[in-house]
Design a binder for this molecule. Structure first.
Ligand SMILES: [Zn+2]
Length: 244
C-alpha cells in the first residue's frame, strides 16, 4: 500500500494519490474480514519493493534505496539489511520535498514537489500517449527520432529524476539507488538519461563528482517481481514471529 502505513496495526493514514487523507483507515482488519479471517499484514509498497530488490541483489543489496517512478515518486530504503520506515512511516517520501515554492500545486497540498516533475504521471501530463502505448516509451522514441520538444521534455524529466537520486544519496548515502516503478520499463534508455543528467549536475561540483552518483544508479531487475518478493519476505517474517 502506498503512503503512510503503520505495519504494527495495518492501518493507513495518508495515501495522497488514493484519497486516503488523514483519517486512520484499518486496511488490514477490513481485508482480513473480507477474506474470511485470514491474518493480513500491511506494509508500504516501496518498503517491501526495497526488501525484494535487496533480496534479488544478494550480499550487495544490504544498503540500497528503491526509487519508484510511477503515479507518484517515493523511495523505500534498506540500511544494513533492515527497512528504514521512520517514526511515522514517512522515510523515503522524497516526492513531497518541495523544490520550487512557486511551482504547480501537488496532491499533498504543497507546491513544486519533486513528484510534480519526476513521476510517471508528471511525464504523462507533459507528453500524453498518442499511439496507445505507454507515454514514457512514446516520449523517449520521439526524442530519439529528433523531435525537439520530446528531447527537451525527456531531458527535463531525466534531470528531475537525477535530482531525486541526489536527494536520496545526500540523505542516506546508500550503495545503490535502484530505479523501479512503471517508468523503469523503459530500461537502458532511462538509465542512460538519468546517468547523463547526474554527470551534468556533478560537472561543476568536485564535491558531487566525488560521490560517483551515476555509477551507483541501476535498474530494478526486469525479471523479478520485487514488490511481490518483498511482500512474501515480510509475510514470512510475520509468520515466524507468530510461531515464536
Ligand atoms: Zn507533494
Amino acid at each position: 500500500m502506498p503512503g503512510l502505513v503503520d505495519p504494527a496495526d495495518g492501518s493507513v493514514t495518508h495515501a495522497v494519490n488514493l484519497g486516503v487523507d488523514g483519517a486512520r483507515f484499518p486496511l488490514a482488519d477490513r481485508l482480513s474480514r473480507a477474506v474470511g479471517g485470514v491474518p493480513v499484514h500491511v506494509d508500504n509498497d516501496l518498503n517491501v519493493a526495497a526488501l525484494g530488490a535487496a533480496h534479488a541483489m544478494g550480499a550487495d543489496g544490504t544498503d540500497l534505496a528503491f526509487l519508484a517512478l510511477g503515479t507518484g515518486l517515493a523511495a523505500g530504503i534498506v540500511l544494513g539489511g533492515e527497512v528504514r520506515r521512520g517514526v511515522t512511516g514517512a522515510a523515503g517520501e522524497i516526492g513531497h520535498i518541495p523544490v520550487d515554492p512557486h511551482g504547480p500545486p501537488c496532491a499533498c497540498g504543497q507546491r513544486g514537489c519533486v513528484e510534480v516533475y519526476a513521476s510517471g504521471s508528471a511525464l504523462g501530463a507533459r507528453w500524453p500517449s498518442r499511439h496507445g502505448r505507454p507515454a514514457p516509451a512514446e516520449l523517449f522514441e520521439a526524442a530519439a527520432a529528433g523531435d525537439p520538444d520530446a528531447r527537451r521534455i525527456k531531458d527535463e524529466f531525466a534531470s528531475a529524476v537525477a535530482s531525486a537520486v541526489r536527494i536520496l544519496q545526500l540523505t542516506v548515502d546508500v550503495r545503490h539507488v535502484v530505479l523501479g516503478g512503471g517508468v523503469s520499463a523503459l530500461g537502458a534508455p532511462l538509465l542512460d538519461a538519468v546517468r547523463a543528467a547526474l554527470d551534468a549536475q556533478s560537472r561543476t561540483s568536485p564535491f558531487l563528482s566525488s560521490l560517483r552518483l551515476a555509477d551507483r544508479v541501476s535498474l530494478a531487475p526486469a525479471d523479478v517481481p520485487v514488490a511481490a518478493v518483498g511482500a512474501a519476505l515480510v509475510g514470512r517474517r510475520e509468520e515466524l514471529s507468530w510461531r515464536s
